[in-house]
Design a protein around this ligand. Structure first.
Ligand code: IPM
Ligand code: MN
Length: 379
């Protein structure tokens, strides 16, 4: 009797872990899932979702101390379960009742580190009819990608504080930089630059090598050496402060940027505002060989929570990224097609919105989700 063939990737349903999280997270996640359902039906792929209630509210309900980490935000068993999924869709992290750092470190950073999601991928694209704060710049000028190293640098938590609360207080926060970490981010960025449909074919390293000579040197040497393997890609370098200036003055200059964790954190918020704000900016925390997590860049927006006014476009765009990246990873063209369709539906929807700001869209959160889902069905 012939043995059963191993199932092809698309033969079983894709399993997506959904973490709505805090504040407006659940509202935007709901719209993302609405669009996911629409595109799955359109393209014809099977998936199932499992919701995880990790959040500030749950931390507090379980007796977590709001002033300092006292219990795990995610348990070991939950971590193990998460690892069995094909992708993670995250809404938002952050609760005003819980001190800063507890949920960020206990949930978001824990997942990034433990799942080795070493790339934070942030496409910066101005969609049609989205107001841009830069005078005279339009969609053809703002279309680049930031590759942020996502597991090292100032985010590792190395360092400490001595004599806190006294005049003698001393603190250190170590910028942990490894050749290994820089190298894998740089290599990913060169490869991305190569396959990206842009004529510029230029990778810009962003750092601060004139002051951070140690960490900057490691990045720069890795960039120069790896760059030799990519003769078709133009190599470019900007100091991070100058890069901020160019984002405002000449965003059309950029193609792909690679940078360390903290610089990437900062420049991608600036980048978000030139692409229309946190209501539209989506990102992926990628483990290119494993489990990746996708999220809207906006926070939990407590003041808009429960009002049906938050912009779900970023969360919907994150679903598009999730499908495209998972499709690429699994070699499933259908999923890649689905991701592209979601992006096209977003592009068809933004011109129908009055603004991308919460409460000013001319539509409610659910209506924007309906518009995108409708565009997917029509597409
Ligand atoms: C981001 C966020 C996070 C970060 C916070 C919430 C820890 O700002 O994804 O950019 O600093 O990385
Ligand atoms: Mn940030």
């Amino acid at each position: 009797m012939a043995k059963k063939k191993a199932a092809a990737p698309s033969a079983r349903p894709y399993r997506i872990a959904v973490i709505p999280g805090d504040g407006t997270g659940p509202e935007v996640v709901r719209e993302g899932l609405k669009v996911l359902a629409a595109v799955a039906e359109k393209v014809g792929f099977a998936y199932e979702t499992t919701e995880f209630d990790f959040s500030g509210a749950r931390y507090l309900a379980r007796g977590g101390d709001p002033t300092k980490p006292s219990i795990p935000v995610i348990t070991e068993e939950e971590m193990a379960t998460l690892k069995t999924f094909d992708a993670i869709f995250l809404g938002a992290v952050g609760d005003p009742k819980v001190a800063p750092g507890i949920l960020e470190k206990g949930l978001l950073l824990r997942l990034r580190f433990e799942l080795d999601q070493y790339i934070n991928l942030r496409p910066v694209k101005l969609y049609p009819n989205v107001p841009c704060p830069l005078v005279g710049k339009g969609p053809k000028d703002i279309d680049f990608v930031v590759v942020r190293e996502n597991t090292e640098g100032l985010y590792t938590g190395m360092g400490g504080v001595q004599y806190p609360g006294t005049p003698q207080e001393v603190s250190t926060q170590i910028n942990c930089t490894t050749r290994f970490g820089a190298e894998r981010a740089i290599r990913y960025a060169f490869d991305l630059c190569r396959r990206r449909a842009s004529k510029k074919k230029m990778l810009t390293l962003v750092h601060k090598t004139n002051v951070l000579t140690f960490a900057g040197g490691t990045w720069f040497r890795a960039f120069e050496e790896i760059g030799k393997e990519y003769p078709d890609i133009k190599k470019d370098y900007n100091h991070v402060d100058a890069c901020c200036m160019w984002f405002v003055k000449n965003p059309e200059y950029y193609d792909v940027i690679v940078t360390d964790n903290i610089f990437g954190d900062i420049i991608t918020d600036l980048a978000a505002i030139i692409q229309g704000g946190l209501g539209v900016a989506a990102g992926g925390n990628l483990n290119p060989g494993g489990l990746s997590m996708f999220e809207p860049m906006g926070g939990s927006a407590p003041k808009y929570t429960g009002k049906n006014v938050i912009n779900p476009i970023a969360a919907i765009a994150a679903v598009g990224m999730l499908l495209r990246e998972t499709g690429n990873h699994r070699g499933d063209a259908k999923l890649v097609d689905a991701g592209n369709r979601v992006e096209e539906a977003v592009i068809a929807t933004t011109p129908k919105m009055k603004s991308q700001a919460a409460g000013q869209m001319g539509h409610s959160t659910t209506q924007v989700g309906d518009l995108v889902a409708g565009a997917v069905r029509k597409g």
